[in-house]
Write a protein that binds this ligand. Structure first.
Ligand SMILES: Nc1ncnc2c1ncn2[C@@H]1O[C@H](COP(=O)(O)OP(=O)(O)O)[C@@H](O)[C@H]1O
Ligand SMILES: [Mg+2]
Length: 326
């Protein structure tokens, strides 16, 4: 007897579902402290990218940027006060890739990079719901709520070479003449992050982020900045700026490695990092680093650089690392 063709059985859709991205990010935030660590993560990432300078700018202006010619009308809520972070290194293709991965970093195989877990950047969600990044000829908007660029879209990348800039003037004005970024040239030789401050509770965080809170982050960074310089590989200068509600831009603070020690410190750090690679490859067993840092500070209204505000003029660091090979 000829075999009967089997009837196909049709089930109904069933299965474990991934939580929404906002839930995952929220649980990262719950384990990740709000406060000074956020700016340090940004500095750390800039350092890993090879930047030598980092700047932060708090722009407190409320109704300065228009909301008419936006990529999506719902984005108008992000045209107000924002924290910017800028550094003088370009995003590479691998960085654009990495930023899309959550809790996975391809830095983990590089002994010279501090980033490991692919988490640090997400600490910015303490203060924003829509981070954006301009670097090279690209601009990216991250939208973990998946509401502004279409269903299921967690962000959008645009080429600055597209007609976009003319068609959506208001969308891109917040990146024009900000620190040294001029988006109208269609290429930015550095990286500029814009973090619009959260003005209403969201699925990521119930906390709104006021400009006073950002000023507190600045204050904490100001206090720690000289010591932070000691532990960075490439960053030699950190600056803070503010544009107030009336549009007046002020320099708040800069900390910078003094010219007198810059060359020596660069060379010692470079040697240390080369040795660190050899240590991790098992070629050598011990390495050490002895640094003597002269740090200059300039504070608001200050005309002149002064040797750091600490009672001592120098910061010393001694590190010894050993690897025990089995
Ligand atoms: N300023 C930056 N310059 C270049 N790439 C960056 C910068 N900030 C973040 N990234 C990219 O985003 C990725 C994710 O950052 P992060 O969450 O801090 O994880 P990690 O530093 O552990 O890799 C980084 O691996 C890097 O590729
Ligand atoms: Mg990191």
């Amino acid at each position: 007897m000829a075999a009967q063709p089997r009837k196909t059985v049709k089930g109904k859709s069933y299965g474990q579902r991934r939580p929404p991205l906002t839930h995952i990010l929220k649980s990262i935030l719950e384990r990740y402290p709000d406060g000074g660590q956020i700016l340090k993560e940004i500095i750390q990432n800039a350092d890993d990218a090879g930047a030598t300078k980092v700047s932060f700018l708090l722009d407190s202006r409320q109704d300065f940027y228009g909301g008419n010619s936006l990529v999506a009308p719902s984005l108008s809520q992000f045209q107000g006060p924002a924290l910017y972070a800028q550094n003088n290194a370009l995003f590479e293709e691998s960085d654009w890739e990495n930023l899309q991965k959550l809790m996975d970093s391809n830095k983990k195989n590089d002994p010279l990079k501090v980033g490991r877990f692919g988490i640090g950047f997400n600490s910015v969600y303490h203060l924003t719901d829509l981070p954006s990044i301009v670097s090279g000829d690209c601009i990216v908007f991250l939208d973990p709520h998946e509401i502004h660029f279409g269903r299921g879209e967690t962000g959008q990348q645009f080429s600055l070479e597209d007609e976009l800039l003319e068609n959506h003037e208001d969308q891109f004005k917040p990146y024009e003449n900000v620190l040294d970024c001029k988006i109208s040239t269609r290429f930015y030789n550095g990286t500029l992050f814009r973090f619009p401050l959260r003005s209403a509770p969201s699925d990521l965080s119930k906390k709104v982020y006021s400009k006073e809170k950002v000023r507190k982050l600045f204050q904490a960074l100001k206090e720690e900045a000289p010591v932070i310089l000691l532990f960075l590989k490439n960053i030699e200068e950190i600056s803070l700026f503010e544009t107030d509600e009336r549009g007046v831009k002020r320099h708040v603070f800069t900390v910078r490695l003094s010219d007198s020690c810059r060359q020596e410190v660069r060379e010692k750090k470079r040697n240390f990092l080369n040795n660190l690679r050899r240590l991790s490859d098992g070629q050598i067993k011990n390495i050490n680093l002895s640094l003597d840092l002269h740090v200059l500070e300039k504070t608001e209204g200050g005309e002149r650089w002064k040797i750091n505000g600490l009672c001592t003029t120098r910061l010393m660091l001694e590190i010894q690392l050993s690897k025990n090979c089995p």
